[in-house]
Design a binder for this molecule. Structure first.
Ligand code: HEC
Length: 156
């Protein structure tokens, strides 16, 4: 492979990291990850959550939405299916009574787009740097810095 083609392959690989196509069971009809990214930014989800790939989404009020496509549950008790996630994003208390997450007035289309984006997180077969690797999960990929390293301090 010449240098240009190698560069192109690397670029495609990097571009694919954040938004790999979800497996069939996580696909959402009409959902668009790029629009979802905009919905997430506009609705300030990042003021409460760490969300990989969203600029400024570095808050710890709610749980970090790392590796979302791999997570089993949404809102603590419901299976993490597209249907439940979309419903949760539209009205968290309806799916998860007592949830501290506010309903942010997302339309059905906005919730579908946001959910589509969330399911692109965690599709890559690698795990964040520093975590133990299982067999077949070799390699690392860049993760957002969740907080300044200076504040991290030593492990207790
Ligand atoms: C005011 C803070 C706040 C905002 C803004 C907010 N959330 Fe949340 N979110 C929470 C809290 C607190 C929880 C945990 C409660 C729960 O899981 O029911 C949560 C839970 C979640 C969960 C489920 C997490 C899990 O592990 O089950 C998802 C997904 C989620 N939020 C996505 C979003 C998205 C997308 C937005 C923007 C549209 C958003 N949140 C905006 C506070 C917030």
């Amino acid at each position: 492979m010449d240098r240009t083609r190698r560069g192109l392959a690397l670029l495609l690989l990097l571009a694919g990291c954040g938004e790999a196509a979800p497996p069939a069971e996580l696909r959402i009809v009409g959902g668009d990850a790029a629009r979802g990214r905009a919905v997430i930014t506009e609705h300030g989800c990042g003021s409460c959550h760490v969300i990989p790939g969203i600029t400024g989404a570095v808050a710890w009020v709610g749980p970090p939405l790392m590796e979302w496509a791999r997570r089993g549950y949404v809102g603590g008790s419901q299976s993490n299916t597209p249907e439940n996630l979309v419903a949760f994003l539209r009205n968290p208390q309806a799916l998860s009574p007592g949830s501290a997450m506010p309903a942010l007035g997302l339309t059905e289309a906005e919730a579908r787009d946001a959910a589509t984006y969330l399911y692109t997180i965690g599709q890559a077969p690698a795990v964040p740097a520093g975590m133990p690797l299982a067999e077949g999960e070799a390699g690392t990929r860049p993760e957002p810095r969740m907080r300044p390293r200076a504040e991290a301090g030593p492990a207790q």
